[in-house]
Structures are given as C-alpha cells and as structure tokens.
Design a protein around this ligand. Structure first.
Ligand code: CP
Ligand code: NVA
Length: 310
C-alpha cells in the first residue's frame, strides 16, 4: 500500500497544488450557494480528534463532510482511550482501519507527525502549537476572492509569532508575497520555521514599520490555547500591538484586515477594526468550510491530485 498524503503543514502542498486547491474551493463554494449537490465523498468517514477547544474547525469539517456526502466523528480525548494513555501509534493504526481520513487538533505538533507516520489514511492538521494550515487555506481563498493573486503583495503580521503566523510564513514561501512580522521582543516566530520554509520574512518590533503601506494586515490572539497562565504577562508585553483604526490608517487605503477568530476586542484588535470596512473576518470563517472541502476532496477522493472543473 502506498503511503497516503497528509496535510500537516502548508508546505505539504506545492505552490501549484495550492493554487488549484484554492480555485476548487471557490468552485465548491459556488456549488454550495447554488444548491448543487456535490457528493464527492459518499459514505466516507472523517475522524476528528480534538485535544483543544474549537468552534470553527469542528463545525466547518463536520458540515463540510455532510455536504460531501460523508460523515464526521467528533473524538474527544476525554471520551476516548487516547486520553487514558493509549499510544498515538496504536490509535492511528486502529482508526486507519475504520475511517477514511483523520483531522487532528493537537497540543503538540509532534503528536500529529507521530499519528501520520502510523496512519494508513490521510491526516489533516486542524491546529497544533506550531501550525494552522487549514486557517491559511481559508485566508488565502478570502484574499483571492477579494483581491486576486497575492503574489508580490505585502502582508503585515502584528502580534504573537505563533502557530497562525508560522503558517503565514509557509504561505509566503509558497505564493511569493512579502511578509513583515512585528512582534514584541521574545515573541518572534521560530527561526526553524522560517528556515524550513525558506521564506524571506522581515522581522520587526514596531507595528507601524510592518503595517506601513501593507496590502493586508493580520493578527491573532496574544494568548493562544494552552498559554493561559501567561495571560497577565502577555497583556503587558503586547501593549502597543493592538491593530486599531490609527494603525490600519497607515496601511494601503484598500488594505484588508484578517483575524482567524476567536477575537479579543480591545486586546489584539479594536472593535472598530474588527467590524470596520477593511475587515473580512466573517468571510475567512466561512471559507474554512469551503477550503477544507477542497482539501478533503484532494486527499480523500483524488489521492492527492487536484483537478479543477473550470
Ligand atoms: N480559527 C479557528 O481555528 O477557530 P476555532 O478555534 O473555533 O476552530
Ligand atoms: N493562535 C490561536 C489560534 C486559535 C484558532 C491558538 O492557538 O489558540
């Protein structure tokens, strides 16, 4: 049996595959809007392991699988033997014999790597401490719908150099846009991630330097899941890093604003920016479903080959 293709980071897709997948996501969104059935994964099952909380990821995968004619299983470590110490490798081999794909939201990236190494079916990373590739599929689809190609454009990341930031770094390597990352000292993205992507990222400590004339401004929470005990220190360290109206005014006049959500108004973003004219956050959230449907089709129906109908 050939090893299945997985999507553990955005680098698991070539630039060409990423382009085709985003086009396919737009087609599937249109079909969904038109009420056209697209039962591309009939009777297929997606196992979904969540070690952390989720609203968007769970609902988008679950609803997406139903729209594709399949089914999704929500598996919480609280209710499975995984949470009682059954090895990841054993769980991977058992689930592989029953389901057709597995989506995992894990505390540690090494868990999804270990699972994938023992899985006979495709594994999708639904967020780890290091990466959030599915979020980037949705964000890139959103950019494409609003502005066309992202190649050569400038993207400013303001805030924590976290999992979502790491996936933006991978996207910049794959799609050729400029990425300027402004973090407080000590919160930079991991150099190993930048090196692995071979991305040309500019690291800064001044939000205004990153945002100056940018086509897209992106942020995320200052305290990610699992870092709750650092919250008070982070609130102090990130002072001055809020994306507010004054900061957005220094971006390009038609700049977009993105946030993966959930958002903390008054912390990393002002309510005015989140709800304002630059913001496309609700499109991003919706596109999680369409982009992941394209990914599910790519991995589970086409064995890792994207074909666009247009
Ligand atoms: N953006 C995102 O992944 O949201 P959830 O944590 O709600 O899944
Ligand atoms: N960086 C955030 C993203 C949530 C979708 C976290 O890991 O909690």
């Amino acid at each position: 049996m050939n090893a299945p293709r997985h999507c553990l980071t955005l680098l698991d897709l070539s630039g060409e595959e990423l382009h085709a997948l985003l086009q396919r996501a737009i087609e599937l969104k249109q079909q969904h809007r038109n009420g056209q059935p697209h039962l591309l994964l009939p009777q297929k099952t997606l196992g979904m392991i969540f070690e952390k909380a989720s609203t968007r990821t769970r609902v988008s995968f679950e609803a997406g699988m139903v729209q594709l004619g399949g089914h999704a299983l929500f598996l919480s470590p609280r209710d499975t033997q995984l949470g009682r110490g059954e090895p990841v490798a054993d769980t991977a081999r058992v689930l592989s014999r029953m389901v057709d794909g597995v989506m995992i939201r894990a505390r540690e990236h090494s868990m999804v790597e270990e699972f994938a190494a023992h899985s006979a079916v495709p594994v999708i990373n639904g967020l780890t401490d290091l990466y959030h590739p599915c979020q980037l599929l949705a964000d890139l689809q959103t950019w494409l719908e609003h502005r066309g190609s992202i190649a050569g454009r400038s993207v400013a990341w303001v805030g924590d150099g976290n999992n979502v930031c790491h996936s933006w770094i991978n996207a910049s390597a794959r799609l050729g846009f400029e990425l300027r990352v402004a973090t407080p000292p000590g919160y930079e993205p991991e150099q190993t991630v930048i090196d692995a992507a071979g991305a040309a990222v500019t690291l800064l400590h001044e939000p205004r330097e990153a945002v100056d004339g940018a086509d897209l401004v992106v942020t995320d929470v200052w305290t990610s899941m699992g870092q709750e005990e650092e919250n008070a220190k982070r609130l102090r360290d990130f002072a001055g890093f809020q994306v507010d109206e004054a900061l957005m005014a220094t971006a390009a006049p038609d700049a977009l604003f993105m946030h993966c959500l959930p958002a903390h108004r008054g912390e990393e973003v002002s309510a005015g920016v989140l709800e304002g004219p630059h913001s496309v956050v609700w499109d991003e959230a919706e596109n999680r479903m369409h982009a992941q449907k394209a990914l599910l089709e790519f991995l589970m129906a086409r064995g890792g080959e994207v074909k666009s109908e247009t």
